[in-house]
Design a protein around this ligand. Structure first.
Ligand SMILES: NC(=O)c1ccc[n+]([C@@H]2O[C@H](COP(=O)([O-])OP(=O)(O)OC[C@H]3O[C@@H](n4cnc5c(N)ncnc54)[C@H](OP(=O)(O)O)[C@@H]3O)[C@@H](O)[C@H]2O)c1
Length: 243
C-alpha cells in the first residue's frame, strides 16, 4: 500500500501540467504523469525520479474513450485508488474572426478534448477517487471561460473573442464543475475549477505574462486543499473568479 497521496495529471508531459506534476511530487505526492505519448510521460517520470521524487508514467489520450478506460484500469491495477485528479490536458484550436467563423470540426475537436475528454476521464476515475479518504479533482479552466467577464465591457477579457470554441469549452468546464460538485457535496471528494493565469507555454507560443512555475500554483494548491477547503469553486491563486 502506497502511503503517499497518488495523483494523476493529464497532459503532464509539458507546460503547466509538467510543472504541476513536479510541484506535487516536491510536496510528497506520488505523481502519475499522464500523456498521450507514453514515451514523453516516461521521460518526465524518469526526470522526477532522478531528483528523488516519486513519479510514474501512464498513457492517456483524453479524446479517446478506449485510452481513458485503459488508463483507469491501469491505475486500479497499480494502486487500487486515486487521491488527486488534475484535469490539465487542453487545446486552444485556431483563432478566428468571431464566434460564427469557427468551423464545426474545430468546435468538435476542442470540445472532444477540453470538455468531453475531461468529463469522461473524471467519470472513469470517479470509482477510484471514491476509494480515497479525501479525493480532489482540479479542473484546469481559464478566465476566458467567465461569461460574467465576457459580458462586461472594459473587463480584461471583454475583447478576447477570437477563440470562441476554446472560451465556450472553458465555460462548459466551469458548468460541469458546478454540477459535479453538487453531486459530490456529501462525499470526501472536492471538485474545483482554477484559472492558472496567462502563462508562457507552447499553447500561446510563450506569449503569456506568468512563468510556468507560477502558472502551476493554482492547480497544486487546489489539489492539496484540506477537508475545510472549497467544493465547486472557481479561483486563481486563491482569489474567487466570476463564473
Ligand atoms: N497557458 C495559459 O496561459 C493558459 C491559460 C488558461 C488556461 N490554460 C489551460 O492550462 C492547461 C495546460 O495548458 P498549457 O498552457 O500548459 O498548454 P500546453 O503547453 O499546450 O500543454 C497542453 C498539454 O495538454 C496535452 N494534451 C492535449 N490534448 C491532449 C489529449 N487529447 N490527451 C492528453 N493530453 C493532451 C498536451 O500533450 P501533447 O504534448 O501530447 O500535445 C500537453 O501536455 C490547458 O487546459 C489550458 O487550456 C492555459
Amino acid at each position: 500500500m502506497n502511503n503517499k497521496k497518488i495523483a494523476l495529471v493529464t497532459g503532464g508531459n509539458r507546460g503547466i501540467g509538467y510543472e504541476t506534476s513536479l510541484q506535487l511530487a516536491e510536496q510528497g505526492v506520488h505523481v502519475i504523469i499522464g500523456a498521450r505519448q507514453l514515451g514523453r510521460a516516461a521521460d518526465v517520470a524518469a526526470q522526477l525520479q532522478s531528483q528523488g521524487l516519486h513519479a510514474e508514467a501512464l498513457a492517456i489520450d483524453v479524446s479517446d474513450s478506449a485510452s481513458i478506460a485503459a488508463a483507469a484500469k491501469e491505475i486500479e491495477a497499480r494502486h487500487g485508488r486515486l487521491d488527486i485528479l488534475v484535469n490539465n490536458a487542453g487545446i486552444l484550436g485556431e483563432t478566428v474572426a468571431g464566434a460564427s467563423a469557427q468551423t464545426m470540426p474545430q468546435w468538435r475537436q476542442i470540445f472532444d478534448t477540453n470538455v468531453f475528454g475531461l468529463i469522461e476521464t473524471t467519470t472513469a476515475l470517479l470509482p477510484l477517487l471514491r476509494k480515497s479518504a479525501a479525493g480532489r479533482i482540479v479542473n484546469v479552466s481559464s478566465l476566458l471561460g467567465s461569461n460574467t467577464l465576457h459580458t462586461q465591457p472594459g473587463s480584461p477579457i471583454y475583447e478576447m473573442k477570437v477563440m470562441p470554441a476554446y472560451n465556450v469549452s472553458k465555460s462548459a468546464v466551469n458548468a460541469w464543475t458546478v454540477q459535479l460538485a453538487y453531486e459530490l457535496k456529501d462525499t470526501a471528494i472536492k471538485v474545483n475549477a482554477i484559472h492558472p493565469g496567462y502563462v508562457k507555454t507552447e499553447m500561446n507560443q510563450g506569449g503569456g505574462e506568468m512563468e510556468i512555475p507560477d502558472g502551476a500554483k493554482s492547480s497544486v494548491a487546489m489539489a492539496l486543499i484540506g477537508g475545510d477547503g472549497p467544493n465547486g469553486s472557481f479561483t486563481h491563486l486563491g482569489e474567487t473568479l466570476p463564473w
